[in-house]
Design a protein around this ligand. Sequence first.
Ligand code: G3P
Ligand code: CA
Length: 274
Amino acid sequence: MSQGSLFLVLAIVMAVAPDETIEKPTAAQVVAQPGFLVIAHRGDSGAFPENTLPAFQSAVELAADLVELDYYHSADGVPFAFHDRTLDRTSNATEVLGREKIPTGSLAWSQLRELDAGAWFDPRFQGTPIPTLAESLDVIQQGSITLIERKEGDAATCIQLLREKDLLKHVVVQAFDWEFLADCRRLAPELILGALGSKDLSEDRLDEIQRAGAQVVGWNHQDLQRQHIEAVHRRGMKIWAYTVNDVERAQQLIDDGIDGIITDYPAKIMQLRP
Ligand code: G3P
Ligand code: CA
């Protein structure tokens, strides 16, 4: 059953059962589903400005199995959704502050909140703010599972936020920094973790990933072949490919046994489901 169907069944159950009997699917349940998961990269980012609440909301409405986001910490420690190392490409920071290449984590949250993160994509989205990580989780977890990619920030802050929101069993945390993952594993044994990488997915790197405590490998699709997928499966882990926007390439990965497709076009990739 796809996660969309799972949420539909739960919605029907919610209509007839008292609140205390409702259980949302755990991340472990969703990750373990047979077939391939469709993961909306930075939200429904082909149609909405990436890493904003409208992009996340659209991905939930499309019934994406997971919704990916990236986050940094503001200069005063507020985790917020954003991808690039500088604010230039996907906000109006350059125009507002009159300078270029402004490091993403260098402003206080009060300054970041004033920026426009929608107009660069399309004037229709003018006035769309940068969301906090907490606000993003509130939107996504209404109907999906958040795939939280940490770009900058310590593990303790992330784990504390997830614990406060009672989400440790309902999200996946991923990073290119595998030491960060090991810190998360020490702090939250119940969390599902994804190790990101590219280039050679060797047995040595798989050893490292398992030592960090990850259950999922997230790899650049350009560096993935069937033998890598099989090697990950032999170790009892799952493997997701990023960022796959071409339908033929997605189908090839599905034929090779991939467990998840991370894509800017979740609606298009969903059509590949049998
Ligand atoms: O989900 C994995 C993918 O998002 C990693 O690359 O640069 O898009 O964050 P990037
Ligand atoms: Ca990402």
